[in-house]
Write a new protein. Structure first.
Length: 125
């Protein structure tokens, strides 16, 4: 059995590479579709940063944010460099772009800082 697997190692390697390529291809297509939908059906609102997550394997932080559209609260997150932008983790207001047909497709515009709330109490308003 093990000898049979060793003899077919090239075949299984080819299958693994083909499957990996398909996964990458379809994920890239989906990301492009999300971007196109945001560009086609763009809405903007003011969102609020509510926290950050630090991955120990990366120098980047992930800022979490929320925004409201038609009475419903949506959320998202984005990687950013804290050394460049500083601590924008809680209580900062930024513009959020999203797809009006599916607000879960959204992105925070980190170059659009509107204001900070020095009395931020941790609640989304």
């Amino acid at each position: 059995m093990i000898q049979n697997i060793k003899e077919n190692a090239g075949f299984w390697s080819t299958i693994a590479i083909a499957l990996f390529s398909l996964i990458v291809f379809f994920n890239t297509r989906e990301l492009g579709r999300v971007q196109t939908n945001i560009d086609k059906n763009r809405q903007t609102v003011v969102g609020l940063t509510i926290g950050c997550i630090k991955n120990i394997r990366s120098s980047m932080h992930n800022v979490k944010y929320k925004f409201m559209y038609h009475g419903q609260i949506y959320s998202g997150s984005k990687k950013f460099n804290m050394d460049i932008l500083g601590d924008i983790c809680e209580g900062y207001r930024f513009m959020i772009e999203f797809d009006s047909t599916n607000p879960r497709n959204n992105r925070i515009l980190l170059d659009s800082l509107i204001t900070t709330n020095p009395l931020y109490d941790g609640r989304f308003r």
